[in-house]
Design a protein. Sequence first.
Length: 301
Amino acid sequence: MPQAKNQITPLGVCLAILWISVAGWVALRFADPPQPQSALDRIRETGVARVGFANEPPYGYLVSSTGEITGEAPEIAKVILRRLGAKKVEPVLTEFGSLIPGLKAGRFDLTAAGMYVTPERAQEIDFSNPTYAIGEGFIVRAGNPLKLLGYEDVADNPDARIGVMGGSVEHGYAQKLGIPEERIVVFPDYRSAIDGIIANRIDAAAATNLTVNDLLAKANDDRIESAEPFENPVIDGESILGYGAFGFQQHDDELRRAFNEELANFLGTPEHLQLIEPFGFGKSTLPGDVTTAQLIGSDEP
């Protein structure tokens, strides 16, 4: 007897069930796509936090004899990350100018390099609240033959050349204070800048005053000295202080906020002050009540 046109065959039933299953899976998949694991959850799950640094004493640097990182920022990071569930800090060394690109590329979870908070940098990454506030300084040849006591002195002397580290705020200071680009020499690190002073390639190397003091103490070279008394740069009518902080990827709000909460409970405590004292920091370098939101002109907490 011929089969009715509207009769459902066993094959048809199987195909219908398969179609309904696939359609349901697709609907669920796209209606509620799985969310990527947050950095904080991954750190808690694996017990490992990847930290980027730039080998710049006293902010963050490698101890070659042990392979461990230390400095103001890494030592604070170890304490805070441990409180957040990390059992191990995995250091990732890079040049200072590569810290932000490396962070954005996911090579590390945060930067611990004493990086200054600036509105320009805050367009690319997020920052914790600051952990210190300090001024600037120059390393010059012994006797400071060109009498360079500040950025304005370099700008006013057509023969003066200044050295800065790639990606540093000092490069921006030099530009804003009128030093022509042809008299600004960019170095990958401060050891190279010191060599540049000694070789008469530059007349001053710009850095934070803590970096200047640390470099001179370690170099122990009577051919170079600190420019004294140094005049802190004045930009838009304000004497510039640098506020250093930890950097985070812009989508890692959970990690940044948790880090900030622990940081607020730690800064200024006896444990904190004892931890940072060997690196030249102390009560005088605390940032006070200044927040990153204030520094970048944001309402974001």
